[in-house]
Design a protein around this ligand. Sequence first.
Ligand code: FE2
Length: 306
Amino acid sequence: MIQVPDTWKFVHVTDIHIGSPESYRFQPGWNNQWSTAAKQIQAIAPELMLVGGDLARDGNTEPQQFEHSIQVLNAVGVPWHVIPGNMDTGNKITDRSSLRTDRDDIACNVTEELLQTFKDKVGAFPWSFIHHDVRFSGCYEIIKDAGLPSAIELDRFLAEIGQLPPSHFHVMLNHYPLFIDGINEDQYDITDPEEYMSWYFGVDPEPRKRLIEAYQKAGVTHVLSGHIHCRRPPITIDGITFCFGASTAMPQFGDHWPDGDDTLGFQTFTVTPEAIDFEFHPLTEVSTRTDGWGPGGHPKPEARAK
Ligand SMILES: [Fe+2]
């Protein structure tokens, strides 16, 4: 019988946004920051690395970027498991656009074609496996109830993990956090500039409710998310601990919560028989390069010229 060690670690990285100098936009500092994180992770020597989406700068519009992201993740030398993010496959689906003139929200919607491209070029999802006595699952939660074939696959997956024998801990990897300000928060209005970022960053109430029900049935104990590029101290609600993870690439939303911190870095989790302990690791060096180019956000096609 294989012995489970008393203490072991896994790492959660998210929003690493590896970009390409071939692109209409590129921030070499973000790639340098990943190199710093990779060295720090190698020194920690975790058993697993969970990659929480947005592994490329622009995988949705330039899927050839995935190849480089895969190379740099492989180079760490730690087995890794990945789900997509919105910059890899598209945003939360909306039937109306915001008032922003710099983006077309409807055109940013996730599509089945983009999800399939990710599956072909990077890897299949959703997934679930046991490592030692911990179950790890990963899914692209934002497609819940979106009507896409991959959303129907997600429903099947959630039903299946709800039938599995219980495990000591169950860690669920997501990209979007399930909520922004409160687990029972109402729908944010995409057309209200004051609410736009909260709309953009979180899961809508109905799919949130159904995801949480499914996670409860599956005995999920920890939900790890990215997308915001701002970490918070873990929040435990009804037996599930929600961990909002930092980005290694660039900070966002750092002024939204009193306990929010957009310092760049990654998370380690130390598993013991009693608990999974969280620790944030700030990057030991943040790039000061200013020689990047191109717009941020979700530029319209005409703004993507090199
Ligand atoms: Fe991101």
